[in-house]
Structures are given as structure tokens and as C-alpha cells.
Design a protein around this ligand. Structure first.
Ligand code: DGL
Length: 260
């Protein structure tokens, strides 16, 4: 048994959508969640900044003796995965491979849409992985406003943004839409009703947690007496608690400040 916690991190509150699945599929595990709410959004930052910020968080998680690290952020996974692997002495798991896998399982007509940050889209990570698997088409759209909205806990102008920014993807004939940013599942009800029943939404975290509980190994996890999560935010704690409440449906009393 290894009762050390599993580290989960994101640029902000988005990774809580991943944590929610993990807490459910691995109920005996302890988790440490870090959200860099002071420096979010990462989506339009430079590669250097994203790597630097991610390594600071990874170092913090390693100092807490995590037994594995889950990158609950597509932007970080697409840009900093290799650098994180180099410094981490424990297994590191990203989210994008799970998104690709689930999208390919979901699509019937081979036409897939991707909503993500500009950072993720610019790396071509989803595109190259999906296209290497066969004759699929991918249409992508960067949605930085969604990230800001979720961090702010707001829905202001959402209908307008959906109509203005997503009409092209909606009319393109896709049958599957990847929510390729961990903030976006918070808006899945609204996104889903805009696209309608003919488009299935893919949340990569669902597949990630299924895979993890299936390949439940000593190396990555296995705990028999856990079930707790410690939360750390680099920004305002009360704001984190407020937004987290809407995502996790519970009040978090144990949110600590991680000062950078
Ligand atoms: N949640 C993040 C992702 O999955 C990024 C949001 C941001 O910081 O721009 O890509």
C-alpha cells in the first residue's frame, strides 16, 4: 500500500472538474489539488512561462510527497509534459491522450470538434494524435473567454459568445465535440444545448479516471485509508471556495494559500 496523496494541478479552478471524477473513481485516495488562480489564464501565455509556472507547482507537489502527478490542464499537458516528466520522480499523467481516446470511441462520422485554449490548439497536440489514428477531420476553436467566465463564476454574455464564436463549428457537421480545456465542462449544459442532440460532448477527465481505476497499480496509486483532499490556491481563497462550490457541490473548508 502507498498511502501518499496523488497530486492534481491546473492553472486555476478548471482542474476541479478532473478532480471530481477522480474522487469518485478512487474514493480511498488522498489528493492534493493546486490551482494557480493568481496567474490564470495560462492559455495565451508563452511556452517559457507555462513551463516555469508548471515546474514551480510540480516542485511544491513533490515536496508534499505525492506518489503521482495528474496534469489536469490540457494547456500544460500540451506544452510542459516533457519538462515535468524530466523533474518528477513519480509517474506523471496528462489529460490529452484520454480526450483523444474518448473522442475516437465516440465519433461515428469521423468529424470531430475541439474547444480548447489557443495554447493547446497551437501545439497541434490533439490534431496530430487524432490524425495519426486514421482518416478523421478536426475543427478547432480557441475559447479564452470561457476560461475567464468559469474563473469568475459568471455566465455573462454566454449566449452571445456561443452564437458568435461557435456557429462555424456547429454548422460543420461534427458529431463529437471535445471539451479540450478542463474549465469547459463547467459550461457543458449550455454548450450541449447550443449544439443539440446530434453532437456528443467529450470530457477527457471521464476517460482518464476510468483508465486510472482500471490500471490501478501500486506505482500510481493504491490506498486503503484515504478519501481526503487538501486544496491550495495561489490567488484569493474565498473566490476559489465560491467557484469550487459550484463545481464540486460542496463547501471546502480546507483551502490553503500557496504563496508564489
Ligand atoms: N484549464 C486549462 C486547460 O485545460 C487552461 C485554462 C487557462 O489557464 O487558460 O487547458
Amino acid at each position: 500500500m502507498n498511502n501518499n496523496p496523488i497530486g492534481v494541478f491546473d492553472s486555476g479552478v478548471g482542474g476541479l472538474t478532473v478532480l471530481k471524477y477522480l474522487q469518485k473513481s478512487l474514493p480511498n485516495e488522498n489528493f492534493i489539488y493546486v490551482g494557480d488562480t493568481k496567474r490564470v489564464p495560462y492559455g495565451d501565455r508563452s511556452r517559457e512561462e507555462i513551463i516555469k509556472f508548471s515546474l514551480e507547482i510540480v516542485e511544491f507537489l513533490l515536496s508534499k510527497n505525492v506518489k503521482s502527478i495528474i496534469i489536469a490542464c490540457n494547456t500544460i499537458d500540451s506544452i510542459a509534459y516533457e519538462e515535468i516528466k524530466k523533474v518528477a520522480s513519480v509517474p506523471v499523467l496528462g489529460i490529452i491522450n484520454s480526450g483523444v481516446e474518448l473522442a475516437l470511441e465516440t465519433t461515428n462520422n469521423g468529424k470531430i470538434g475541439l474547444l480548447a485554449t489557443n495554447g493547446t490548439i497551437n501545439t497541434g497536440a490533439y490534431e496530430s494524435k487524432i490524425k495519426s489514428r486514421g482518416n478523421y477531420s478536426l475543427i478547432s476553436k480557441g475559447m479564452p473567454d470561457f476560461v475567464k467566465m468559469v474563473e469568475a463564476g459568471s455566465r455573462e454574455k454566454l449566449d452571445e459568445i456561443l452564437e458568435n464564436d461557435l456557429k462555424d463549428i456547429k454548422d460543420s457537421g461534427i458529431d463529437t465535440l471535445i471539451l479540450g480545456c478542463t474549465h469547459f465542462p463547467v459550461l457543458s449544459r449550455e454548450i450541449g444545448s447550443y449544439f443539440g442532440d446530434s453532437v456528443k460532448l467529450v470530457d477527457p477527465a471521464k476517460k482518464l479516471s476510468e483508465n486510472l481505476s482500471k490500471d490501478y497499480t501500486d506505482e500510481i496509486c493504491q490506498n486503503d485509508l484515504g478519501g481526503n483532499t487538501e486544496y491550495y490556491a495561489t490567488g484569493d481563497i474565498e473566490k476559489f471556495q465560491e467557484v469550487a462550490f459550484n463545481i464540486l457541490n460542496k463547501k471546502l473548508d480546507n483551502v490553503c494559500k500557496f504563496s508564489l
